[in-house]
Write a protein that binds this ligand. Sequence first.
Ligand code: PD2
Ligand code: ZN
Length: 207
Amino acid sequence: MSAMPYQIETWTISPRLMVLRGFLSEAECDHLVALGREQIAPSTTIDPETGEHIRVESRTSSSTYLWLGQTEIVTRIEARIAALTQLHVENGEGMQILNYQVGQCYQPHFDFFDPLHRGSDVVLAYGGQRLATCIMYLNTVEAGGETHFPEVDRKIIPVKGDAILFHNVLPDGEVDRMSLHASLPVLAGEKWAATKWIRERTYCAPE
Ligand code: PD2
Ligand code: ZN
């Protein structure tokens, strides 16, 4: 079965941000939500000082990680992201499935590991920097839940099947601080999303 073509809109060059209309089919979205629903737990982030996973107030969602190629549909989506980014499937971290209830959000942050933070060396050892991020919207949120890029004041409304791709690193290898982004609070309904972080090299998860 060949995938439906999707439309690429370039939104900003700095940060390098694209919106992908119809990137996932309805069935693909429903499949990822079903996988996520089975195993979600309160989200963590990576402690910039130690590199360990910790719970923080700035990220109130629930989430879980899938394995690379966990199902045939996951494999198909990972191949689509690799074709788009021209980065190997193996450079991808396992897909993260996210759920935000009313009021839940993810405050402005960078997805790259900040070279200024001590803990970054630990996480950089598993495949290098996070070059790019693909966020896929798995449902249409009733109100709120937009992904916000405050440096350029752009908001992406979560619509089922749409996705965004943005680069966290500039062509010269420096981190791009214009890529600051957030998930605004959900105001009504709930939000399901999937995030794929893509590294410089083959990602090997810590034990
Ligand atoms: O769910 C989002 O819109 C979102 C926003 C910012 C997800 C992430 N960051 C992330 O998973 O890094
Ligand atoms: Zn993020």
